[in-house]
Design a protein. Sequence first.
Length: 170
Amino acid sequence: MSKILNNTELYIKKHDDSLDENTRTLAFHHIYSAKINKHFLQGSFTEGVELIPEIEEQLKEFSLRLDEHRILIFYYKIACLYFGSGNFDKSLDYLNKIINLKTSSLRTDIQCFSRMLHLICHYEKGHFALLEYLIKSVYRFLLKNGDMSAVMQEILKFLKKSLFIKQKDL
């Protein structure tokens, strides 16, 4: 994967002047999605976080050519990188951008995964008073959208039970 990714990047850099805006936009999308996915597969989240300033810069550059869905997918992937590196505050920042979106153009599965990760971030940060409300809210959202999987049910069950366990025993 790395060799193909490197070759693709070299090709794009070499031919950048001759590429039209659409091709450059697609190249950015595919290359950076692959780079993030590589960090997911390798578990190198902290290294992946180092890509974020460059990704944000490119998102601004290509904002008129990228649809909202692709931008939000990048936000979700960035939130996952921050989560994996232990930076729950930054992860929450990006998850909130997705959750607070007022349009229905985003796939509901991304909304559901974002809400679940949002819950887990608050759990990791020890925001137990907030969790009781959030668990109910996410549960209703998942049921309404028909995206309640067995894994999600178990995560919600665990989080709900953990509210009643003394925090020092967790």
